[in-house]
Write a protein that binds this ligand. Structure first.
Ligand SMILES: Cc1cc2nc3c(=O)[nH]c(=O)nc-3n(C[C@H](O)[C@H](O)[C@H](O)COP(=O)(O)OP(=O)(O)OC[C@H]3O[C@@H](n4cnc5c(N)ncnc54)[C@H](O)[C@@H]3O)c2cc1C
Length: 391
């Protein structure tokens, strides 16, 4: 892979809207990605192997639980800093960002929001330091876009719960130490349980042959009469709103992350277009290539403004789920379109692992599907503006 020459794009001087802390956090993450992620990520993706040597560094830059309070080991940062961290990590690779997103928003967040004080003290500091890795089990083989139909269930057996069922498409599952599992009780009410590796009847087979997010490990969670201690149920919230609350936080991070992938594709295409000569001039001098590049810079700038505004709303506790859906949907589509156009700017070179674009493009096929598909987010906006659910 070529050396990482990335230069960030700030066409509307958005840096002026950031605090010194935001810029410090962002620059530290950018530096980490250049130093630790870029040199190894292409090989990790080719080998379909999660580069676990990055875990300590991700923890050190505050990527695990950026907005979780410091008393529980988190970085105690605001939502803009969280977004900027996700942007910079995904600039390196969506799979690495997925690991950080899951750990922060889908594992630490529910424990922090819905867990007992004992659960917070037991798990959060170890998750923040990377000593422990978690995963989030909502999707099932027969229930993806409609998680409320889940069949994974637990029964009250007096001194413990008996858990049965299966989850699939679970990021980090093959190596996770704990799983946040959403399951129905005997009354059909959804609750979150903390299932720990080593519990008898709990297995996590890996899903192979992915063409996307190859540097992220994905797998199943299988529960075959697993005895879960009662103290592992998170009592703070039940019903579908509990997992959806976590997804809001993760989707917000994706809205920023996708900008990182798009910026990397744009930056690579711009540099290539200036250097590559055909018909005696750089291809950057050709109108058709300029159209592609000018549209990319425009779309990235719009996405940056959207993410920044959403971050300020989240800091004020005012962002709605529908606003988050809109930003996730818009920004991921923006990134995938830019990846496809940028790939073309590089001609044949665009399909090789010498450049990051094709990897981003394939990764974004998962990002546009997980955490609510592109179409489902459109239906969420439709519901919000019309009052009619069309799911
Ligand atoms: C790499 C990867 C990692 C993932 N990680 C996790 C994870 O960590 N934890 C987790 O719980 N899940 C995870 N997921 C699962 C992901 O969230 C689901 O794939 C997603 O929600 C879609 O579910 P599905 O694949 O079953 O598709 P389906 O729900 O079967 O949808 C198929 C198609 O039908 C469309 N569709 C569905 N319902 C409607 C409707 N009412 N109207 C119109 N169109 C509709 C969808 O938009 C989609 O295009 C991951 C997925 C991938 C690919």
């Amino acid at each position: 892979m070529k050396p990482d020459l990335f230069q960030a794009l700030d066409y509307y001087n958005l840096d002026e809207l950031l605090t010194d802390e935001h810029k410090m956090v962002r620059d530290a993450t950018r530096e980490f990605v250049k130093r630790e992620v870029s040199p190894i990520i292409e090989q990790a993706a080719q080998d379909a192997k999660f580069p676990d040597q990055l875990i300590k560094g991700l923890a050190d830059i505050g990527a695990f639980g950026p907005y979780i309070p410091e008393e529980y080991g988190g970085a105690g940062l605001d939502q803009i800093s969280y977004g900027l961290i996700m942007q910079e990590i995904e600039r390196g690779d969506s799979g690495i960002r997925s690991t950080a997103s899951v750990q922060s928003s889908l594992v630490m967040y529910p424990i922090f929001k819905y867990g007992t004080e004992e659960q917070k003290k037991k798990f959060l500091p170890k998750l923040a330091s990377g000593e422990m890795i978690g995963c989030f089990g909502l999707t099932e083989p027969d229930h993806g876009s409609n998680p409320g139909g889940m069949t994974t269930n637990f029964k009250d057996k007096g001194d413990h719960y008996l858990l049965n069922g299966a989850k699939m498409w679970i990021s980090n599952s093959p190596f996770a130490d704990i799983a946040i599992v959403w399951a129905k009780n005997e009354e059909g009410r959804i609750h979150g349980l903390i299932v720990e590796r080593g519990m008898e009847g709990f297995t996590t087979p890996e899903t192979h042959n992915k063409w996307s997010l190859r540097a992220s490990a994905t797998g199943e969670l299988i529960f075959d009469n697993v005895n879960v201690p009662k103290e592992n149920l998170m009592p703070g919230k039940s019903g579908l709103g509990a997992p959806l609350g976590c997804l809001d936080s993760a989707r917000y991070g994706i809205a920023w992350g996708a900008i990182g992938a798009a910026m990397d594709c744009y930056d690579t295409a711009l540099r290539y277009a200036k250097e590559r000569e055909q018909f005696g001039v750089p291809i950057a001098a050709k109108q058709l290539q300029q159209k592609k590049l000018a549209e990319m810079v425009t779309e990235i700038t719009k996405a940056q403004l959207m993410a920044w505004r959403l971050g300020t709303l989240r800091n004020e506790g005012k962002a709605t789920s529908a606003q988050i859906s809109m930003a996730k949907r818009n920004n991921v589509e923006m990134a995938i379109k830019i990846a496809r156009e940028a790939r073309q700017v590089l001609g044949g070179m665009g399909i090789t692992g010498e450049y990051s674009i094709m990897r981003h493009m394939m990764n974004l096929e998962s990002v546009i599907t997980y955490e609510g598909t592109h179409d489902i987010h459109l239906l969420i906006t439709g519901l919000d503006i019309t009052g009619h659910a069309a799911f």
